[in-house]
Design a protein around this ligand. Structure first.
Ligand SMILES: [Zn+2]
Length: 411
């Protein structure tokens, strides 16, 4: 029986498969699909017959990209605040005036489900245009049981655009009305938000930092989430060192994220527990922060992922390729590390070993890219040229979800 669809003679394919050498690079490669499944990945010479054939010459094939850390459901805009900060205002002053995350919480609480879903779908459509087929979306701008659940429902409703992995982040910040009684808010997260949100989410996350939640509060919340069947993640060691990265790793966290202030003991804990380090160079750039210890993570063999951290304040970054480029320039990743960071390692950061690679046991997600004009069709071209390449076909679960097609100028 012929395959349904054959992408034939790609100039370069990177399978990112766990058992491949390096990035699983194959020149003159083909990929075939039938019934929503991958049925062939390999050299064009061995490709099956197919009912429909797409010419891949001049193009680069990658597994569908995975953006493993975003806050893509929110309402309101903080563009004015950005302008104020450029003019010299401090974030603490903006917060005091009810801006910053507090303004996003206010607008998100006031938005109805349809509004939240519509804006999230628009953001996910933008990601899809860049070859992303899986996005993790955190709640955390509601901070009440009903509004946190509404955000997770909006995230799930947007999964008609690309695959969504929802994460419950009720412990994103202490809401204004609980500033005098943090313990009561932690209890609300565990006793009221979690029972409502756990059935809507795959993972639980906390923002453990100076000015946010303590290690003790974070461990209590993450432990409750884990007991409710959620995978554990944590915003860790970003503004101040707290020790949460090691504590979360010991709890069995799939990932810890940010890590600008991760220390040697933290690196060792991640290595010992197989926890993925998720690096967020967009936040580093916007906050003019220092880099996480990439060399030490590499040395210890910790898998590293890269994500946009898309949010309306500290990382309004929509393009995962840009995040990969910034991870190389600002954080010292190699091209190969950044490429794995937006594919298979990003899948691992979601506890999903089927995401971000192509082969037996993977999802059937493929993205095709035209390199920047005049550049060779390689991953180095895609990462070196910020915004210079474009997706020309995106396939999720064996089905075409985005296809602007190849311009004759692309080849
Ligand atoms: Zn974040």
């Amino acid at each position: 029986m012929p395959a349904e669809l054959l992408i034939h003679q790609l100039s370069r394919l990177y399978t990112m498969a766990p058992d491949a050498d390096g990035l699983g690079e194959v020149a003159d490669a083909s990929v075939a699909f039938s019934d929503g499944q991958l049925v062939y990945v390999g050299p064009a010479s061995g490709a099956p017959d197919a009912m429909e054939v797409i010419d891949g010459r001049g193009l680069i094939g990658m597994p569908g990209l995975v953006d493993c850390h975003t806050h893509a459901v929110w309402a309101g805009s903080r563009a004015d605040e950005f302008a104020q900060r450029l003019a010299g205002a401090r974030y603490s002053d903006i917060l005091e005036a009810g801006g910053g995350i507090l303004s996003t919480v206010r607008h998100t609480r006031a938005a109805d489900a349809a509004t939240l879903t519509a804006s999230a779908r628009g953001r996910l459509a933008g990601m899809r245009r860049r070859g992303v087929t899986t996005v993790e979306i955190k709640s955390g701008y509601g901070l009440t049981p009903n509004s946190e659940a509404r955000i997770l429902r909006a995230a799930r409703a947007a999964s008609d655009i690309i695959r969504v992995v929802p994460t419950f982040l009720g412990a994103h910040t202490v809401p204004t009305e609980y500033r005098g009684d943090r313990a009561a808010y932690v209890r609300q997260v565990i006793e009221q938000q979690l029972p409502l949100c756990a059935p809507l989410a795959a993972c639980i996350d906390v923002y453990c930092d100076r000015g946010a939640f303590t290690v003790e509060e974070s461990v209590a919340i993450l432990s409750a989430g884990k007991a409710a069947g959620l995978k554990v993640k944590a915003h860790a060691e970003q503004v101040a060192y707290t020790g949460i990265a090691a504590a979360a790793a010991e709890l069995g966290a799939v990932s810890v994220e940010h890590l600008e202030r991760l220390d040697a003991a933290g690196v060792a804990a991640l290595a010992a527990h197989g926890t993925v380090a998720v690096l967020l160079p967009g936040a580093q750039l916007y906050l003019k922060d220092s880099a996480p210890p990439v060399a030490a993570l590499r040395e210890a063999g910790v898998p590293m992922a890269v994500a946009t951290d898309l949010n309306p304040g500290s990382s309004p970054v929509h393009d995962l390729w840009t995040a990969a480029t910034l991870a190389c320039i600002l954080q010292g990743m190699t091209i190969a590390e950044a490429a794995l960071g937006i594919t298979r390692h990003a899948g691992m950061a979601l506890g999903r070993v089927d995401l971000g690679w192509l082969g037996t046991g993977s999802v059937a997600d493929l993205a095709l890219f035209a390199p920047p004009p005049g550049e060779p069709p390689t991953i180095s071209s895609l990462i070196q040229h910020m915004g210079g390449s474009r997706a020309v076909l995106v396939i999720q679960d064996g089905r075409r979800i985005y296809e602007p097609g190849v311009d004759s100028l692309d080849r």
